[in-house]
Write a protein that binds this ligand. Structure first.
Ligand code: P6P
Length: 336
């Protein structure tokens, strides 16, 4: 029987992957479905944020010292809720929560995975209708099954991730996730309320024309970083520049564009934040995993992001990430 399989939903796609590994338990597929469900609920609120009293500040300040937007809290509760009441996650770490959350119930304690996430990245853009996103990172527990998960489950280097992904709430809503088998993108089809496979087997172009950096911090960057940025603005035989500067202020949107079209995103250390602004566990690591599986590179300017041994939930890192050739060009300058 010839069944129309042209447009696969996320569930159909994960099932095709599962059928190739009959011994797999399907827990990761369920986890991805739970994350997709939460993002659909967040998407509804993001899409009508201008119409209901969900804009504006929540009146508190999070552990980052940032004003918490109401949508941040809503999004955090949606992701934490589906994971806590699912059957695939033993606990979470979130940008919005001061510490790790151990679910500690019989089902969760027997779940194989823990999840770290930034529920709504770029939330400063919520009130001005600019693309924002969710970022997530999945690890297999190192602690004993049947018992509550532990801090060690979350503080694994990024090279131990089993999956990572993001949702971008933009002109359309997409979910992109990577496993070691590849990176695939799904666009939400509102007519059926399902994420459908729109970007199979994403590869990051070896080079590109976009460079993303906050020029306002230029004079706070390391001299070699400034040299590379200047090179992006000059036409030279080696660089093939000048490149186009694109910086949205939402990392998910900037890195997504560079992943699809080629480019480099930089959030270097500054005089104010020598260790950078972005968070290792739920911003840099997931994107580094995704971009490397797609053929790109990601470093902190000294070492591979995925090799950094984390020590705490909210630790920061400098981040340089993107097309292989552009990253190699950067390294040739910063290592000279
Ligand atoms: P700046 C948003 O707050 C965020 O964490 C990333 O999404 C974004 O790339 C970066 O910070 C923007 O930071 O200092 O350039 O405004």
């Amino acid at each position: 029987m010839n069944v129309n399989r042209k447009i696969l939903t996320l569930d159909e796609f994960t099932l095709t992957q599962l059928r190739q590994f009959p011994s797999a338990t399907g827990e990761l597929s369920r986890l991805l479905r739970d994350l997709a469900l939460a993002s659909k609920r967040v998407n509804v609120e993001v899409n009508k944020a201008g119409l209901v009293d969900i804009l504006g500040d929540y009146g508190t300040v999070n552990v980052q010292g940032e004003d918490v937007k109401k949508l941040d809290i809503f999004a955090n509760n949606q992701f934490m809720g589906v994971l806590k009441h699912g059957i695939s996650c033993a606990g979470i770490g979130s940008e919005e929560m001061d510490d790790f959350v151990v679910f500690d119930d019989e089902v969760s304690n027997n779940s194989k995975y823990v999840v770290l996430f930034d529920p709504l990245d770029g939330s400063g853009n919520i009130d001005v209708n600019v693309s924002i996103g969710t970022i997530f990172s999945v690890y297999k527990r190192v602690s004993e099954l049947g018992k509550p998960c532990t801090k060690e489950d979350f503080l694994q280097p990024g090279n131990k991730q089993v999956a990572a992904g993001y949702m971008v709430y933009g002109s359309s809503t997409m979910m992109v996730y990577a496993t070691r088998r590849g990176v695939n993108g799904f666009t939400l089809d509102p007519s059926i309320g399902e994420f459908t496979l729109s970007h199979p087997d994403i590869k990051c172009p070896e080079t590109g024309k976009f460079y993303s950096v906050n020029h306002g911090n230029f004079f706070q960057y390391d001299e070699k970083v400034r040299e590379y940025i200047n090179g992006c603005q000059r036409k030279t035989k080696e660089t093939g520049g000048p490149y186009t500067q694109r910086y949205i202020g939402s990392m998910v949107a900037d890195v997504h564009r560079n992943l699809i079209k080629g480019g480099i995103f930089m959030y270097p250390g500054t005089l104010d934040k020598p260790k950078g602004k972005l968070r290792l566990l739920y911003e840099a690591n997931p994107f580094a995993f995704i971009v490397e599986v797609a053929g790109g590179l990601a470093t902190n300017g000294v070492q591979r992001i995925l090799d950094i041994q984390p020590t705490e939930l909210h630790q920061r890192t400098a981040l340089f990430i993107g097309s292989k050739k552009m990253m190699e060009e950067l390294a040739s300058i910063t290592n000279s």
